[in-house]
Design a protein around this ligand. Sequence first.
Ligand code: ADP
Length: 269
Amino acid sequence: KPHIRLQMQFSLFGDNDRLIVAKDVTRLYHLEQMRRDFVGNVSHEMRTPLTVISGYLETLVDHAQELPPKWRRAINTMAQQSSRMEALITDLILLSKIETGEQTLNDSVTDVNSMIRQICHDAEVLSGDKKHDFRVSVSERHWLKGDESQLRSAFSNLIFNAVKYTPAGGTITVDWKTDRDGAHLSVRDTGIGIDPVHIPRLTERFYRADPSRHQKTGGTGLGLAIVKHVLINHDGKLDIRSHIGQGSEFICHFPRERLTEKQPALTAR
Ligand code: ADP
């Protein structure tokens, strides 16, 4: 059965006049769907050969001490680049799954409190020699209705970005709280910051505030696109505030309807 997709726009004039514009976006929607499927399929097809290459490279790295320095360097570089490519493919597959909104989100409940503690613990390990000062505060009262693995990806991306873009000794503050409006996760850092001109485009795939930076930080360029789509799937909204040289704050807002009182029994399916 053919579906027609319409984009509706309502405008109000004066007290009583209304203008409704309906635009047929069916073709655009199908093109977008084809693009998503194509990227998803290509990524899947690339994963298997890449896994084989990485496997052999790991074995070579293990035996590289026996080789001349020039070869050793070449093998180490190949291993590094293939693990970058693996991370990229993992993120592309994840993004195409999240974009299609395939999973049913409403019947699962996530204990965001312990999830955030866990991610911050991992982030502290990742921070390593940079020895960031982590300040974590989580409100225990509510859980969130939503997909646990999607939420984990989104929150990990924000918290790991704070680690990546904050120099040694900086402070990373993670705050999960609930109030009358809903739930809010704020991830704040005292890092390098972002020029405000870039903020509106940061959640686009592969958009980087400073293209030369990612060489050093090694991200896939898809982290914030993943965050954006996870939030769309959970009726949420992302706020970004930043000052260059002073730090950034990323805030995820979820509406009140997404909250549920902490009830462990609810997690049983
Ligand atoms: P990447 O893999 O490049 O980190 P993301 O989608 O996660 O990709 O982020 C997009 C861009 O936003 C980054 O390249 C970086 O320029 C900027 N950015 C994201 N988080 C931060 C942060 N906490 N501080 C400064 N810049 C950030």
